[in-house]
Design a protein around this ligand. Sequence first.
Ligand code: HEM
Length: 507
Amino acid sequence: MAETTTPAGLPKGFRSAELGWPELHRIPHPPYRLPLLGDLIGASRRTPLQDSLKYARRLGPIFRRNAFGKEFVFTWGASLVADLADETRFAKHVGLGVANLRPVAGDGLFTAYNHEPNWQLAHDVLAPGFHREAMAGYHTMMLAVAERLTDHWDRAAAAGRTVDVPGDMTKLTLETIARTGFGHDFGSFERSRPHPFVTAMVGTLSYAQRLNNVPAPLAPLLLRRAGRRNAADIARLHRIVDEVVRARRADGGGDGDLLDRMLDTAHPETGERLSSENVRRQVITFLVAGHETTSGALSFALYYLSRHPDVAARARAEVDRVWGGTAAPDYAQVARLRHVRRVLDESLRLWPTAPAFAREAARDTVLAGEHPMRRGAWTLVLTPMLHRDPEVWGADAERFDPDRFDAQAVRARPPHTFKPFGTGARACIGRQFALHEATLVLGLLLRRYELSPDPGYRLRVTERLTLMPEGLRLRPQRRTAPAVPRARRTAGGTVSGSGRPVRGTGE
Ligand code: HEM
């Protein structure tokens, strides 16, 4: 007989809220609920997250929605989220979009269930790859990739052209994680169209999001063609990743990057190693998680900088002051860009590019002393709304203001009110990596260009589990002063910042 429970003794598959929230009736839902269909009136298939933000504003800090009989509880009020951050009573819930990615990433770090042994194993083996010493080693490679971006923008500036911000940021962040983590070169800046890895990734992320919008039994029928495309996308991701691993094995090892850790490092206590299948899942996980969200974060930050010339001028003055005439800022000089970092934090406050995370009750408990939850009951935290809770961020929470992140203001806020990287044991392992990369790149771009917005552009946010400012274009103009020397050139872009050769992909 098929197993109906998880090893933790919880029902397998989607757990509707009626099962775990005994007092669900006290949680508000949208009006005009339809039998069988649920809260579908006015719902958008393409922007489910922004739909939920709309309902959040109307229904308050905790509310529920129903789609085809599946009931979800959403939470965003600061005191509720602070309670959900208690790791003794709550843990990550792998559901909805994250669970839909299981066919691609299986028990990789992001999609693993809490009880799966490969989570702890991979976490312990890979975490040192994000410690300070390792991070400092990635810095030179990050600079080398950023130089490819500025070469590209220099050409656009000379020709008076605009640049495709999300497209270019995606090239930059994909190349950065590929080189630093895997010694690999996707050649993104030499391509006129996105690399097939990116196309396949966007396909699988969008498909995972669409799966939430159809009743599960009808998915094979309603999404038949999309399902076939998704299977082809997954196969392509596997092919590309297998090639990256094969090349590394053929080289007999790299210089201790993430891929080396995945292939060669044994767990310090148990001596266990990742299996080949798990390595494949981790490589996909890191290539996807390691670039998609950072690319969005950079794009939103550039959007706000172009719309707030006063903020851009202040950040630029800081870069000029801290970096002076240094051609290639060093690792420590990036951490000293406090104002640039605040611009990034404030962009991630308004548009956290991984806009939700789910928490489940580890045992029977009462959420914030008000809402009883049975073990296994779960809720989706809406991060963009948490980051706009007027009780924490004030009545002007929608306003872009990086000073909200000056040290004094941060200290004055209660804990767990800013959560772009999730929470607890399953929070983002790549947080420092992303923040260092994005601060460095913003610093380099501010130092080199004035960024003129297209006056007709109105922010539209696209969703494919992650968020991105759709169609954002900027006109970079080279600054005339102060004179900035060129960073050490890399030979044709085929040598990494560390001087070691990188592999290219044949796709
Ligand atoms: C601005 C950029 C980023 C944002 C906003 C972001 C956000 C997040 C969030 C919210 C989670 C928790 C998800 C959950 O609870 O279900 C997460 C987990 C994760 N992130 Fe990131 N991330 C970013 C960059 C990165 C980078 C650069 C890497 C890798 C180099 C990375 C790798 C991961 C992994 C592997 C996990 C799963 C960790 C675990 O469960 O043990 N992320 N990220």
